[in-house]
Design a protein around this ligand. Sequence first.
Ligand code: AGP
Length: 608
Amino acid sequence: MCGIVGYVGNKKASPILINGLSKLEYRGYDSAGIATIESDGIKILKDKGRVSNLENIKEMASISGTVGIAHTRWATHGKPSKENAHPHFDNSNLFAVVHNGIIENYNELREFLINNGYKFYSQTDTEVIPNLVHFYFEQTNDVLTALKKTCNDLKGSYAIELIYKHTPNNLYVAKKDSPMVIGVSENENFVASDIPAVLNYTKKFYFLKDKEFAVLSKDEVKFYDFELNQIQKDIKEIDWDENSVTKNGYDDFMLKEIYEQPDSVRKTINSRLSDTGSYDFKDISIDKDYLTTINKIYIIACGTAMHAGLSAKSIIEKLCKISTEVDVASEFRYREPLIDNHTLCIFISQSGETADTIAALKLSKECGAKTIAITNVIGSSITREADYSILTYAGPEIAVASTKAYTAQVTILSMLAINFAEILGRCDEKVLEKVKQDVLSLPTKLENVLGTANSVKDIALKIYNEHDIFFIGRGIDHPIAMEGSLKLKEISYIHSDAYASGELKHGPIALIEDNTTVISIYTDAKLLQKSISNTQEVITRGAKSIVITNQNLDNNKFDYVIQIPEISEFLSPILAIVPLQFLAYYIAKQKNLDVDKPRNLAKSVTVE
Ligand code: AGP
């Protein structure tokens, strides 16, 4: 997804802008550019390729402006090229714009502007923005009014940064459905798509709501609603430290984030643990009267977040006795789901910016459901849409492949389920106590599971050349298999599938041939024997068997066994996923792939 950065202050803007873009590279991009206001007008430097290419542009040394905007482009309209890279000028070179989002009606706006004498030099939707601002500026002679009129014409999503040649001390922004944060410091202010881009300059942030504007100068930030009434906003202090957005000695962010899981799960647990050991979800004002009226819980998310939801379905149904359905957001929002005021919808999103998930949330609210968002990013768009928000405390997750966010999500969902169960009183007290004890044991047991790294690496070195790798599991182990398969696919580019073990004989087992690698997960004691039988079925057809388990097995039956600590089956996804994260990581490393920025992927998918 595109990334935007803006700076207004006393310092030379270009190094700050480029540093910000480098912190956004994990979002995925194909070109980059900056624009600064110089004494003789606005200067744009941009090109296809990496952010580091910008520093090799020879004019870079000559620009010294202290107000600027910058962009990494993840192409949606028009191929990756210098012409299509942002920033974009209007025809008069008075305005420069960067934009994250999609302008759905850009063709008609382009035609309107061409009919009014404007020319276009790129294939992008974005280029209509600076020219439309120029068009309205000609009538209003006011930048903010011209920007507001432009946004009024735009259909779709936008996070816009705009600079104007004749107001050299100002930077103008507008936001709708695309992420944007405003960082504030002494005599300088910042704009970015998300916090890591400017975290080394400030920890104080404003969060714009959709259809709001801001005008930044080095000394102040003024906010406006869509009618251009000036509004006040509160500053939020972020407790992420600068190290959290650097590799801190690890080869890759993904490896660092795998190792951070004991701490991120500990912080997530402690965020809801009272002194007495009970859970504090009082900010989610959901009481027994309301919960007893609920006959359906939907958990809606995408990708790894959806897998976290699948892992939580079991604990919610078994402890709360409420039917729970998990859906991918991109399907949920179009299948006319049965929702009413007896439906509770829980949305999971690490970034809090996933377009499909936010759209599904808006639909659920329109249909009368109460909505809870679980996200890792304070102030993210989803927190402004949901009735209630629950934060995970995984810290910034930079690698595209989600690891610590997943384990934090399953942890907080499990704690929420326990909280609901205590309110509803539909579950045996002893069962609840056992699960609560197991929750407290998670950080220590995660430390233990990190110790499997070398054994898993040895296995990775034996299977990294495979073309197909299958993951199988029953019950709670099936969603773990799905998440393990996704990790492998997205960073090693090896084809992989996950199956409910019992389903193999209904077709997929036809794919098994000599030496096919099949990874089995056994953490559900009740289903152990069935699961072993399914693995035996593939072994007898020549498969190589790798097992992740917390059960006592006859290890001689399998090629490789990775033992993890025993824990309540509701919580086993949090432990069992770690060896599979390591497996995907070490296979991708052995294939010399970019594990933090895999091809075609973005960290948060803010477009449909
Ligand atoms: C997970 O490794 C992927 N990066 C992807 O599936 C991700 O989980 C999905 O896009 C959802 O993102 P979100 O949690 O930020 O909404």
